[in-house]
Design a protein around this ligand. Structure first.
Ligand code: P6P
Length: 335
């Protein structure tokens, strides 16, 4: 049986042989992975750990926070602030950026995360996850400001997520494809279980919250209607639908077997670009999907090229199997 390759060994080889990552970035990824192990333990305790239910507080997104949202955020902050690899962090759960305290050494990187995506699924025992994105801080010794985070997705140097499901799986890219590590709870380490993740260009499976259909723009309605017409319609094949309401779980399925995920703009709140956040949900997921041979757009352009104006900026998301994303995007651009 082939020797088990740990996350540490994979990262050392990416640093030494591939030159894809610097020592501080290797440390950063290992620290994030350790934090995800701790979050996984808290999630797995559930009711036994007194961590279910609401925290009676609201975040900047206007969403009621769950206890585990706050726990996961605190775990990531505490794990990353002292190591000397980071200059600052940003989180879905925090209004503004978090500067590494002066008592700790300042590092080269900026870390952004959604500490626990899919929180509405926590209390019903459905998969949730942590999403993270890494950017380089600007050169020079001046203090970090929020504007330093406002970089387009093509600037990411690492991105990934950890899905807390039947298995705890860390999925990562540093620009050399997508790899998956499964947590070996007996060893307490992440073990490489998938090395060359590839998304099939075609699929028969779409993921969207169908209850919003009446609010969608025409290109999305056209795309979904054609899928629903099945083999008798223009697509000439039947489609299946999945919607976990946890982006990490839906994206993990797509990275594993293909599919197309959509969270489009809708007319309920016309001024809101979409529900999902660009910096710590759409950008990291878009890079992972593109690194696995898929595509990711906001309906008209690559997610990774979307100009950034605000830290908590929202964006419509269409990602997954390339031929399907290209099709639904063409329905927007041919208007
Ligand atoms: P809806 C979870 O709250 C999340 O941000 C994503 O993980 C998920 O894809 C989406 O919202 C689900 O939204 O409107 O279907 O509950």
């Amino acid at each position: 049986m082939a020797a088990k390759i740990s996350l540490t060994r994979y990262l050392v080889e990416q640093q030494r042989e591939e030159g894809h990552i610097q020592p501080q970035l290797r440390l950063l990824i290992e620290v994030v992975a350790r934090a995800c192990k701790r979050i996984s333990q808290a999630v797995n305790k559930g009711a036994l750990g007194g961590v279910l239910g609401g925290a009676e507080t609201e975040n900047i997104q206007g969403e009621m926070q769950k206890k585990l949202d706050i726990i996961a955020n605190e775990v990531l902050i505490e794990a990353n602030e002292w190591g000397g690899h980071l200059a600052a962090m940003a989180s879905e759960e925090m209004d503004s950026i978090y500067l590494v305290p002066n008592r700790y050494p300042q590092g080269e990187y900026l870390l952004l995360f959604d500490p626990l995506d899919g929180s509405s699924n926590i209390d019903v025992n459905v998969s949730i996850g942590t999403i993270f994105s890494v950017l380089k801080k600007p050169d020079g010794d001046r203090g970090i400001e929020e504007n330093d985070f406002l970089q387009t997705g093509v600037n990411q140097v690492a991105a990934g997520y950890c899905v807390y499901g039947p298995q705890t799986t860390l999925v990562l890219t540093v620009g050399d494809g997508v790899v998956m590590f499964t947590l070996d709870r007996e060893q307490g380490s992440f073990v490489l279980t998938e090395e060359h993740v590839k998304i099939p260009a075609d699929t028969k499976e779409f993921a969207i919250n169908m209850s919003n259909m009446r609010h969608w723009a025409p290109p999305v309605k056209r795309y979904i209607d054609e899928c629903l017409q099945g083999k008798e319609g223009v697509r000439g094949k039947d489609f299946n639908m999945r919607w976990v309401a946890s982006m990490v779980a839906d994206v993990h399925r797509i990275l594993t077997r293909g599919g197309v995920f959509m969270y489009p703009w809708d007319k309920r709140e016309p001024d809101k670009a979409g529900k999902l956040r660009l910096m710590y949900e759409a950008n990291p997921m878009a890079w992972l999907v593109e690194q696995a041979g898929g595509a990711a757009t906001d309906g008209t352009q690559r997610i990774l090229d979307v100009p950034v104006t605000k830290l908590h900026q929202r964006v419509p998301v269409f990602l997954g199997s390339k031929n399907e994303v290209d099709r639904v995007t063409s329905y927007h651009t041919e208007l």
